[in-house]
Design a protein around this ligand. Structure first.
Ligand code: GLV
Ligand code: MN
Ligand code: MN
Length: 418
C-alpha cells in the first residue's frame, strides 16, 4: 500500500495495492482454463466452484465473515455496528464461454483490495462493508442473467431461481448443492445502505473519447427470447423450393430482419443471435427444426418494446409465408435502469479527486448493480476496455487504468461510508 499519511481523516493518498490486485486477477483468470488455454467458468460448474473456493479463501485471509445465501451468492463482511445497514460492493465471478479475465472479477477483487487497504490503515468502519459475488450474472448456462442479484433483491422467487434449467440439461439448485455453494443465508438477509460496482466498460466509448473513468447513470434494457421454428424435414435434392417448409431459411430471414431493423432505424438498438441449432442437422436434409436465441437491447423502454413488437410481427409473417410454426419463449426481460444521482456524483467527485477524466455514461451490458438499484441507491464505475472488446479472451484494460478505477472505487466507498 502506498499511503503516505497516518491521518485517517486525510485519505487522499490512501491507495489500493495495485500489484496485488493485478496478481489476483491473473490468478482467478487461470482457474477454469481448458487444455487449449481458454477460460470458461459457467455458473454452478466445477470451474465455478474452484473460482469460488479461491475467492472465499481470499475473503477469509482478509478476516471478513464469509456467508453464502440460498442461491449461492457469496458475501464477505467486514463486521461493524450491526444496527447500521452495510455498504455493499460487488459484481460476479462466473464467466461466459471463452472469456476474458476482467468481466466481473475486477469489481469483486477491487472491492476486496479496497477493504484490505482500509484495514491496513486501521480504518474503523461505522457500518459493515460487504463484498458480494453474485451467482450466474452472465446468464450463459441459466436464464435469466443476473439471476443471483435478481433473487437477492426479491425479483425472482427462490424455487424459480433454483429450478432454472441449464442449457446443458442441469438444474441450478442441484448444481449449487453439488459444488457446495447452496448456502443457508436467506435471500436479502443483508439490506445494503448503498451499492457500488466497478467494472470494465466492455465497449469502445471511454477509449475513443480518452476518458479514464465512466460514472454510469443508466443501464440499457435487455430482452432475451428463445425462438423455435418447426418446419418439415425433406430431401435436399428432390424437394422443389416451392414445396419446402424450411426452418433454416425462416431462421435466416429472422436473423437478417433483426440486423436490418437495428441498422436502418439508426437507433442505439442492438440485436444479436448468439446461438442456433439445426435439427436433424445434415447436409442433405432440409432443416426440420431450428432453435435460436435473440438478445435485444436499447436504453429506451419504448424503443425496446417497439423492437420486440416488430420482431413479433415479422415472426408471424414468416410463419405464414414459409408455412412453419414459430414459438417464442421469453428468457429474460429487464427495463432500462437509472442509477442514483447522488451515488453517480460521488463517483464523479472521487474521479476528480484522483485527477482522472470522467464522463457520465450508459452501460450497454447488464450488471448486478441494475438489480441492487431496486432496493438501495446504486451506481457503477467503468474503466476503458481496449478496442471495446469483451466476452472475448482479448478483453484487456491497461494495469494503470485498472488501478485507477479501483482507487476511485475506494474513494467512493469512503464517501459513502462517511
Ligand atoms: C452480461 O454480460 C450481459 O450484458 O449479457
Ligand atoms: Mn460482468
Ligand atoms: Mn459479461
Amino acid at each position: 500500500m502506498q499511503n503516505t499519511t497516518s491521518s485517517m481523516q486525510d485519505t487522499v493518498a490512501l491507495s489500493i495495492d495495485g500489484s496485488h490486485l493485478l496478481e489476483r486477477l491473473i490468478e482467478l483468470g487461470s482457474i477454469g482454463r481448458n487444455e487449449a488455454g481458454s477460460l470458461t467458468r459457467l455458473a454452478g460448474s466445477d470451474q465455478d466452484k474452484q473460482g469460488r473456493d479461491r475467492l472465499v479463501s481470499w475473503l477469509q485471509d482478509a478476516e471478513l465473515t464469509v456467508s453464502v445465501d440460498v442461491v449461492g451468492n457469496i458475501f464477505g463482511t467486514w463486521e461493524a455496528d450491526a444496527q447500521r445497514r452495510p455498504l455493499m460492493v460487488g459484481s460476479h465471478i462466473d464467466t461466459v464461454i471463452d472469456a476474458g479475465i476482467y468481466d466481473g472479477c475486477y469489481g469483486v477483487l477491487s472491492g476486496l483490495a479496497a477493504v484490505e487497504a482500509l484495514k491496513l490503515l486501521g480504518y474503523v468502519p461505522l457500518r459493515p462493508i460487504v463484498i458480494a459475488a453474485f451467482t450466474n450474472e452472465e446468464g450463459v448456462r441459466y436464464q435469466p442473467d443476473m439471476l443471483g442479484s435478481l433473487a437477492f433483491v426479491g425479483g425472482l422467487d427462490l424455487s424459480t431461481a433454483l429450478g432454472a434449467a441449464g442449457t446443458d440439461g442441469t438444474v441450478l439448485g442441484n448444481e449449487l448443492i453439488r459444488i457446495g455453494y447452496k448456502g443457508s443465508q436467506a435471500l436479502g438477509a443483508v439490506r445494503p445502505a448503498a451499492y457500488l460496482e466497478l467494472h470494465i466498460e466492455q465497449g469502445p466509448v471511454l477509449e475513443a473519447e480518452d476518458f479514464s473513468i465512466g460514472a454510469v447513470e443508466v443501464v440499457q434494457g435487455i430482452s432475451w427470447q428463445k425462438i423455435v421454428i418447426d418446419g418439415v424435414a425433406n430431401h435436399a435434392g428432390t424437394t422443389p423450393i416451392s414445396h419446402r417448409h424450411d426452418a433454416g431459411y425462416a431462421a435466416a430471414r429472422i436473423v437478417s430482419f433483426l440486423r436490418e431493423y437495428a441498422f436502418h432505424a439508426k437507433k442505439p438498438s442492438v440485436a444479436t443471435v448468439g446461438t442456433m441449432q439445426f435439427e436433424p442437422g445434415a447436409i442433405n436434409i432440409i432443416p426440420a427444426k431450428v432453435t435460436f436465441t435473440v438478445d435485444l437491447r436499447d436504453p429506451d423502454e419504448i424503443r425496446l418494446r417497439d423492437f420486440e413488437f416488430a420482431l413479433d410481427r415479422f415472426i408471424q409473417k414468416i410463419a405464414a409465408e414459409e408455412q412453419v410454426t414459430i414459438k417464442a419463449e421469453r428468457l429474460a426481460r429487464f427495463d432500462p435502469v437509472s442509477f442514483d444521482q447522488t451515488v453517480v456524483s460521488v463517483i464523479e467527485a472521487a474521479a476528480a479527486k484522483r485527477e482522472k477524466s470522467c464522463r457520465r455514461m450508459t452501460s450497454g451490458a447488464g450488471h448486478d448493480a441494475q438489480m441492487l438499484a431496486r432496493i438501495c441507491p446504486a451506481a457503477m464505475i467503468f474503466v476503458p476496455s481496449r478496442n471495446g472488446i469483451s466476452h472475448n479472451p482479448l478483453e484487456f484494460t491497461e494495469p494503470e487504468q485498472l488501478i485507477a478505477g479501483a482507487n476511485v472505487l475506494l474513494d467512493s466507498m469512503l464517501s459513502l461510508l462517511r
